[in-house]
Design a protein. Structure first.
Length: 323
């Protein structure tokens, strides 16, 4: 299949320490560091990240022809991302040598194998413009929107472009908190598949619900196909007046959650686009997200053939009643 992806491309820097410790030996660990103090690390790892880049890797490793509409700068991190695209055999389109910003960067300060602080620089992807949309091929079999553009008008134009060419659309609108709900919902309803986490679903619904309730309510609000990513709590799918609930049965000790939702969303969209099977899509997505949680740096954990353990899927047919 010919797949288009729209989303950010970044470099994730993992600064890892068993505990935060300043240079002076007489100072206790886990205290506020004075200005000018040095923080010693046990490891520092650079990995490709960003919703668009990780999603493209997911699709490419399932042997699809992929083009990623993104913006990266003409800097060191931009060069690294261009190398990743070449290694993973997908095409970068859009403004891939931007000179007005630096490439998006996320710094993870980690202790005891868990993120303590995450610092994000959103620069290059915010430069995505309407004219960049023309870089996408018009004969795509599927379009996956992995990140919301900085301007709602750009998102609307991307969706209009796809619909004008009869291209099915999946959308994973992360960071939805900063967008106007009414216009965002209108755009989402024009898509074929919404994949969203429970917190972001609460923004659209105006209140917090369980992942099963959120899937039900969003589907009843005229969104065709809804997937709620609940992380370790499981997931839920609402489609064709039916809700499917899935409890996670993978017994793992999570090391890193960064990238898990983006990989889950792309894996679900990929398998559903290829098979039109909800059961296959949710099983594949759960397996890929589980793999990503076990290692720092999502790229190396994205699998061509993940271990697809059987998962229990509960089906609720009476979507308008109590679940």
């Amino acid at each position: 299949m010919n797949i288009g992806v729209v989303g950010s491309s970044s470099i994730d820097v993992f600064a890892v320490s068993k505990y935060f410790r300043p240079q002076k030996e007489d100072r206790q660990a886990n205290v506020i560091l004075e200005h000018g103090s040095k923080l010693w690390l046990d490891d520092a790892i650079n990995e490709p990240g960003g919703g668009g880049l990780l999603s493209s890797i997911v699709f490419a490793r399932q042997d699809h022809d992929v083009q990623l509409l993104t913006v990266i700068a003409n800097d060191l991190f931009g060069s690294e991302i261009r190398s990743v695209a070449e290694e993973e055999n997908f095409q970068l389109v859009g403004n891939i040598e931007a000179i007005k910003s630096h490439t998006d960067t996320t710094i993870h300060l980690s202790s005891n194998s868990q993120d303590q602080t995450t610092m994000c620089f959103e620069g290059s992807f915010n430069l995505l413009s309407k004219k960049d949309i023309g870089s996408l091929a018009s004969d795509l079999d599927w379009l996956h929107i992995a990140d919301l553009p900085n301007e709602k008008a750009i998102l609307s134009k991307i969706v209009k472009f796809a619909r004008s060419h009869n291209i099915p659309i999946s959308i994973n609108p992360r960071s939805i908190h900063n967008t106007p709900v009414k216009s965002t919902l209108k755009t989402i309803r024009a898509c074929n598949l919404l994949i969203i986490n429970a917190d972001e679903a609460s923004v659209l619904l105006g209140g917090f619900y369980s992942h099963i309730e959120a899937a039900q309510k969003l589907h009843l609000s005229k969104i065709k196909h809804v997937v709620i990513y609940g992380g370790d709590d499981g997931s839920a799918v609402a489609f064709n007046q039916t809700v499917y609930s899935v409890e996670s049965n993978f017994k793992i000790k999570p090391m890193e959650y960064s990238g898990a939702e983006s990989v889950f969303a792309a894996a679900y969209a990929e398998r559903y686009a290829a098979t039109l099977s909800i059961e296959q899509a949710i099983t594949h997505a759960q397996a890929q997200a589980c793999s990503v949680k076990t290692i720092s740096g999502a790229r190396s954990a994205i699998l061509k053939q993940p271990l697809l353990e059987p998962i229990e899927i509960n089906i609720h047919d009476n979507i308008e009643g109590e679940l």
